[in-house]
Design a protein around this ligand. Structure first.
Ligand SMILES: *[C@@H]1O[C@H](CO)[C@@H](O)[C@H](O)[C@H]1NC(C)=O
Ligand SMILES: *[C@@H]1O[C@H](CO)[C@@H](O)[C@H](O)[C@H]1NC(C)=O
Ligand SMILES: *[C@@H]1O[C@H](CO)[C@@H](O)[C@H](O)[C@H]1NC(C)=O
Length: 502
C-alpha cells in the first residue's frame, strides 16, 4: 500500500540512553545546560536530516512505506533504561493531515464523528486491542470518523503510572503500536472511509456533542451476540442526527471481555469484521516494524525486508517460512490459570473458530470456585505448560505437519525467566535429536531481542506481529494476545492446521 500523502517525519530516538542522539524536539526540556551547546550543533544536523528525509520520502519515486522502516532503522539506537514518554509520537499524531478543521466534508468541522470515551483502560494490550478494532469497525459501518485514543493504562494526568512497583508510561499513542485505518492512516480508496482523528481534534470540531450512555442500548440486550450489538448500535447511530457523538465515559464497554471470552457470542460478527478495512488493512506501527527489522536474525531473516503492507491480512504475504512461534506465558499467569480453572473457563472466543483443530472441552463445572486437583491439572497443561509439556506438544505438531511443512526455527513469545528459557532451548534440541528430526537452526525468544525502551514497552505488539506471520503458531487458548494473533491469521486465511494451542 503506498501512501496517499507525504508521510510525516518519524520520531527520533528520544528514549535511547545515549543522549547525544536526542531528538530535536526536546533539546531544552531534556538535556542539562552544560551539553546544550553541543546539542544545538546536533539539532542543526538532525533538522537537516529531517528535512532531507522528508524531501526524500515525499518525492514520488520513494513514496513507499518500506522507506519509513529503512529510515527508522538508522535512527533507532538499542538500549535505554528510562521510562519512555512517547512524546514525539503524540506530536506526530497532532500533525497528521486530517487534523485540519478547514477540510471539506466528510472531514473537518462539517464531518461526522464518534468518540468511544467508554473504551477499556488499565488492562493488557491484548484486551485493549481487540476492543478498539471492534469500535473502529462500528464507526466505519456507521459512516462516522473514528476518534482513536491512546492505549491507556492509567487516566492520571501524569505521564507515568506504575505496574508491579515499576514506573511505566500511563499512555501509549496508538500510532506507536498500530498503523492502518484504525490509527489514522488513509482507508483504501474504494471504501470511502474517513481517516481517524485524535481526541484533541474531536474536541476542537465537536465542542457540543450528543452523549450516549452505553446502557441505553445494551441494557435491553443482556448476553447479546457481537453481531446483535453491532446492529443495535448501527440503528441507534442512524437515528442520531448530531454529527458529533460520544459514548459516555465510564458507562462500560459495548464489546466487553464477556463477549470476547465467549465464542458463542463473538463469532457471528466475523463475516462482517473480517471484510472491514479496519482488519484487511490492519498493520503494525513503524516502531514495531523497525524492531522486527533490527532483530531479524533472532527471529527470521525474511523480516529484514518487510513493509507495513506485509502485515495487512488482505495482502496474503507468504508466512515466515519454517518458523514455529510459541506463546508461553509465565510469571503470575499461574494464578490467572487457577482463577480460570475455578471459573471452568473456555478458550477465548476467537480461539474457538470452528475450523481450528485443537479444541479444549472444560471438565464439568462441578466445583465452581473450588476446583479439584485433577481439574487444576487439566487446565495447567493448556494454560501454564511445563517444559516437558511444551516439548511434547512441539514434537506432535511438528510431526503432524511434516508432510507439508518443514519447521526449522523457533521463536518464543514469552515473559519467562532467562534460565527457564535456556532450559527450554536445550530440551527442544534434545528432543529433536532423540526423535530423529533435524535440530532447530535457531531458537530465539522475546528475551533475546535488542530493543529501544519505547520498543521494549510495546514488545507484546512485536510478539503478536511475529506470531501473525509465523508459518505455524502454538498459542495459549486462554490468552487475549493469542486470540488477536488467531484473529489476524484467520483474516489472512492461513490454513487452520497451522494455528494450534497447548
Ligand atoms: C455549543 O452549545 C452552546 C450552548 O448551547 C452554544 O452557545 C454554542 O454556540 C454551541 N457551539 C457550537 C459550535 O455549536
Ligand atoms: C474445597 O474442596 C475441598 C476438597 O477438595 C474441601 O476440603 C474444602 O472444604 C472446599 N472448600 C470450600 C471453600 O468449599
Ligand atoms: C492442512 O490443511 C490443508 C488444508 O485443509 C491441507 O491441504 C493439508 O494437507 C493439511 N496438512 C496436514 C499436514 O494435514
Amino acid at each position: 500500500m503506498s501512501l496517499l500523502y507525504p508521510p510525516l517525519p518519524l520520531p527520533g530516538p528520544v528514549t535511547a540512553t545515549n543522549k547525544s542522539v536526542s531528538s530535536p524536539f526536546c533539546i531544552h526540556l531534556c538535556l542539562p545546560r552544560r551539553i546544550r551547546g553541543f546539542s544545538l550543533v546536533l539539532a542543526v544536523l538532525a533538522i537537516g536530516a529531517f528535512l532531507y528525509t522528508w524531501f526524500f520520502l515525499s518525492s514520488s519515486a520513494h513514496r513507499h512505506q518500506d522507506d519509513i522502516v529503512i529510515y527508522l532503522q538508522d535512527l533507532l539506537h538499542p538500549g535505554g533504561s528510562s521510562t519512555p514518554r512517547f512524546h514525539e509520537w503524540h506530536e506526530r499524531e497532532k500533525r497528521l493531515p486530517q487534523h485540519n478543521p478547514d477540510l471539506p466534508f466528510p472531514q473537518g468541522r462539517e464531518g461526522r464523528y464518534i468518540h468511544f470515551s467508554n473504551h477499556v483502560w488499565g488492562v493488557g494490550w491484548g484486551n485493549a486491542m481487540q476492543e478498539l478494532l471492534f469500535n473502529a469497525h462500528l464507526a466505519y459501518l456507521a459512516k462516522r470518523t473514528y476518534v482513536f485514543d491512546d492505549y491507556t493504562w492509567d487516566k492520571t494526568s501524569s505521564y507515568f503510572s506504575s505496574f508491579n512497583d515499576k514506573r511505566i508510561p500511563a499512555r501509549v499513542p496508538l500510532t506507536a503500536l498500530l498503523s492502518g485505518p484504525v490509527a489514522g492512516d488513509p482507508f483504501p480508496p474504494s471504501t470511502n472511509g474517513v481517516p481517524a482523528v485524535i481526541p484533541e481534534f474531536f474536541n476542537e470540531v465537536c465542542p457540543n456533542r450528543t452523549i450516549i450512555d452505553r446502557i441505553e442500548v445494551d441494557g435491553a440486550l443482556p448476553d447479546a451476540s457481537a453481531a446483535t450489538l453491532l446492529q443495535a448500535w448501527l440503528d441507534k447511530l442512524e437515528q442520531t442526527e448530531d454529527r458529533c457523538v460520544e459514548i459516555k465515559e465510564y458507562s462500560g464497554q459495548i464489546f466487553n471481555y464477556l463477549v470476547f471470552g465467549d465464542s458463542s457470542r463473538l463469532l457471528d460478527i466475523w463475516p462482517s469484521i473480517s471484510k472491514s478495512p479496519i482488519i484487511t488493512h490492519f498493520s503494525w506501527s513503524p516502531l514495531i516494524l523497525a524492531a522486527l527489522v533490527a532483530n531479524a536474525q533472532v527471529i527470521h531473516p525474511a523480516l529484514s525486508s518487510i513493509s507495513p503492507s506485509s502485515f495487512n491480512p488482505s495482502a496474503s504475504t507468504a508466512p515466515l517460512s519454517g518458523l514455529l512461534a510459541l506463546h508461553i506465558r509465565r510469571g503470575d499467569y499461574i494464578d490467572h490459570c487457577k482463577t480460570l480453572t475455578n471459573w471452568y473457563a473456555h478458550f477465548m472466543g476467537f480461539n474457538e473458530f470452528p475450523g481450528l483443530p485443537d479444541r479444549f472441552i472444560p471438565p464439568p463445572p462441578l466445583r465452581v470456585g473450588n476446583a479439584s486437583e485433577e481439574d487444576q491439572a487439566q487446565y495447567r497443561v493448556h494454560c501454564f505448560p511445563e517444559i516437558e509439556d511444551i516439548v511434547r506438544r512441539v514434537r506432535e505438531v511438528r510431526a503432524s505437519l511434516s508432510s507439508t511443512t518443514q519447521l526449522r526455527r523457533v521463536y518464543v513469545l514469552t515473559n519467562g525467566k532467562p534460565q527457564m528459557l535456556e532450559e527450554l532451548k536445550e530440551a527442544l534440541q534434545e528432543d529433536a535429536k532423540k526423535g530423529g528430526m533435524p535440530v532447530w537452526e535457531h531458537i530465539g525468544t522475546s528475551r533475546d531481542l535488542v530493543l529501544t525502551s519505547e520498543q521494549k514497552h510495546n514488545s507484546q505488539a512485536m510478539d503478536m506481529a511475529v506470531a501473525q506471520r509465523a508459518e505455524v503458531f502454538i498459542g495459549n487458548g486462554f490468552s487475549s494476545l493469542t486470540s488477536n494473533v488467531v484473529m489476524l491469521r484467520a483474516a489472512q486465511g492461513l490454513e487452520w492446521n497451522t494455528t494450534r494451542f497447548w
